[in-house]
Design a protein around this ligand. Structure first.
Ligand code: C5P
Length: 312
């Protein structure tokens, strides 16, 4: 009798920006204590998982050449972590993962984390696992600090390494313009640069997250724009001084405010509404300060199946 091969499953997964990213001190485990407000954006990756006799990872789209496809690809590590978690004995799971990238690679928008989260959701369906999103989030947290958020999406307060999440009420759809830089920045390097800047002097630290949470509840983009803050921005700008020009160009083009996204180098510009975002994007495209410009909105849901599987 022929074995029944389940159909491939495709999952759409959002990118993220940090509306507020307060970086505390370096911990003994090499991570920094964070207080952050995440927002999931419509700029997304699509990840397909399929049963195969030819296991591995394929990458298409944005930054495809710079994504590793071997054992250190975070989506592949997600396959192995979930297989181990549920006690599947295969030494190499017979899974093919196809990543269709819209999220910039090493861009500070958690693209690799998104792919890992999408892989977990896809495999849970493909393998017909009875597993809650909270249990998937435990596996996710071991893969990376931003992976749990990509599972839940929306708007959330993150603490610890960023992996402990509480949802935040957000009343409005916010409109963003994203400026991708020529090449990525390494997250550990940006954190290390912040440590260096803090050893040398006392760069200003952003304050409490409470006003950001209030602005999200009010839904007023003008109020939120005044409060965007990221302790990693000074470090990203120190490593990539051209970002200062990009940030200025977005505001000159009509954005309410700009911020480096996470560890950068992507810059995110909050706009008044969808129409204004299109205008800002058009003007920023012509300013010659970045490689690519995209518009996006948020918050959007976390990793979701869009095709295949039995649950559709
Ligand atoms: O958790 P993740 O693998 O995404 O983190 C990548 C790197 O970013 C870590 O190895 C660490 O250098 C830095 N990081 C940090 N503090 C955090 C999160 C990340 O120092 N809270």
């Amino acid at each position: 009798m022929l074995a029944v091969v389940p159909p491939p499953v495709t999952v759409r997964v959002p990118s993220k920006i940090n509306l507020h990213l307060a970086v505390g001190d370096l911990r003994e485990d090499g991570y920094h204590e964070l207080v952050t407000v995440f927002q999931a954006l419509s700029l997304a990756d699509e990840v397909t998982v399929a049963v195969t006799d030819d296991p591995g990872v394929e990458v298409y789209g944005e930054g495809e050449k710079s994504v590793p496809t071997g054992a250190n690809n975070l989506a592949w590590r997600a396959v192995q972590a979930l297989a181990a978690h549920v006690g599947r004995a295969e030494s190499e799971p017979k899974i093919r993962v196809v990543l269709r990238k819209g999220i910039p690679v090493a861009g500070g928008m958690a693209g690799g984390s998104a792919d890992a989260a999408a892989t977990l959701v896809g495999l849970a369906s493909l393998w017909k696992l009875e597993i809650s999103r909270d249990e998937l989030a435990e596996v996710a947290a071991k893969l990376g600090s931003d992976v749990p958020f990509a599972l839940y999406g929306g708007t959330a307060l993150g603490t610890g390494r960023g992996e402990r999440l509480v949802p935040v009420l957000s009343r409005h759809t916010f409109h963003w313009v994203l400026a991708f830089d020529q090449k990525g920045l390494s997250t550990p390097r940006v954190f290390a640069e912040l440590d260096r800047l803090r050893e040398e002097g006392d760069p200003p630290r952003i304050g409490s997250h409470a006003p950001v949470v209030e602005a999200l509840a009010s839904g007023d983009p003008r109020q939120l724009a005044l409060l965007l803050g990221n302790d990693l921005q000074a470090a990203a700008v120190s490593l990539r001084p051209g970002l200062r020009r990009t940030l200025r160009a977005g505001v000159n083009a009509g954005a309410l405010a700009g911020t480096v996204s996470g560890s950068g180098p992507t810059c995110a510009f909050l706009c008044e509404d969808a129409e204004s975002a299109l205008e800002v994007a058009a003007e920023l495209s012509g300013a010659g300060v970045c490689r690519t410009v995209r518009v996006a909105h948020g918050p959007v849901p976390g990793a979701r199946m869009v095709g295949g599987g039995d649950n559709d």
